[in-house]
Design a protein around this ligand. Structure first.
Ligand code: C2E
Ligand code: CA
Ligand code: CA
Ligand code: CA
Length: 280
């Protein structure tokens, strides 16, 4: 048995072993991250391209690791999903987002919205979190419209009855739904129709190549026209230059998000940005 074990191990190259051990370590650290208050919720403005004003933000998770510094979600969300920690983390994200949007609605802008990312794994949980969330919003005195849920095309593609039910429950409560990373997956008009999506987020891979005359200009225009025909608003992701913003605005795009306007900001810094906007 000992020999068999050793043989098994020899299938792994040293590099793979190192990566696997690093993942295990990080997953272990992540287990303590919530209790040790190492998670931070950042906010990135979503700018109304016609007015230049901010009435929405996307909540983006960060992990302030005690020794490794800031760890981005691309690195730890997959670990959270694989380990099941994503459910507790998602709950924390929701609580934080709800608290901040409550402040911003009360103090600054009664229609302010915060968008929260939901990975497909989060929807698979038993016990309909949508109902719990809606109850929590109610106790905070918030309407469903304070929240936007960002989902990806993959979720709609193999939507189980449970997923469909939660999406409908959100919708009935006025929570809006945004389809994230649009254009990178199996985009299908029938899904968009069936699930009554409120926003399409054009993936940053299309926005990156926007210059006058580029093929992606035609692509973005087509997405925007199609979305508007269906009563869906469009948010462009990854807007980094004024030229991109101008092309998008000329194409009728409703909102832009990206480093041109602001990077994701710590909640207090985002709060200060909104206060400055009010006083402008
Ligand atoms: P996403 O939802 O597509 O988020 C957009 C990503 O683009 C963010 O990366 C954001 O920081 C980045 N970004 C924004 N503006 C620009 C720009 O102008 N240029 C470039 N190059 N990038 C820009 P981030 O924060 O690292 O998040 C990565 C992904 O992690 C997100 O992609 C989302 O899928 C996931 N994620 C983040 N927070 C959460 C969360 O609370 N829950 C779940 N389930 N997933 C999350
Ligand atoms: Ca997103
Ligand atoms: Ca995205
Ligand atoms: Ca709708």
């Amino acid at each position: 048995a000992k020999d068999a074990g050793r043989n098994c191990f020899s299938f792994f190259t040293p590099a793979l072993q190192v990566a696997a051990v690093a993942r295990m370590r990080l997953t272990n650290d992540l287990r303590g991250a919530l209790a040790n208050e190492e998670l931070r919720l950042y906010f990135q403005p979503v700018v109304d391209l016609a007015s230049g004003r901010i009435h929405k933000a996307e909540a983006l998770l960060r992990w302030e690791h005690p020794t490794r510094g800031m760890v981005g979600p691309a690195e730890f969300i997959p670990l959270a999903e694989a380990s099941g920690l994503i459910h507790d983390i998602g709950e924390w994200v929701f609580q934080q987002a709800a608290q901040w949007v409550k402040r911003w609605r009360q103090e600054l802008d009664p229609y302010f919205q915060v968008a929260v990312n939901q990975s497909p794994v989060e929807f698979q949980r038993q016990g309909r979190r949508s109902a719990q969330w809606l109850a929590h919003l109610k106790t905070l005195g918030l309407s469903g419209g304070a929240l936007v849920v960002e989902i990806t095309e993959g979720l709609l593609l193999d939507a189980s009855p449970g997923v469909t039910e939660q999406l409908l429950e959100f919708r009935d409560a006025g929570v809006e739904v945004a389809l994230d990373d649009f254009g990178t997956g199996y985009s299908s008009l029938s899904y968009i129709q069936k699930f009554d999506i409120d926003y399409l987020k054009i993936d940053q891979s299309f926005v990156r190549n926007l210059k006058p005359g580029a093929r992606d200009v035609a692509l973005c225009k087509a997405i925007i026209v199609m979305a508007h025909e269906l009563g869906i608003k469009v948010i462009a992701e990854g807007v980094e230059t004024e030229a991109q913003r101008d092309l998008l605005a000329a194409a009728g795009c409703d909102y832009g998000q990206g480093y041109l306007f602001a990077k994701p900001l710590a909640a207090e810094a985002f709060d200060a940005l909104l206060v400055r906007q009010r006083d402008d």
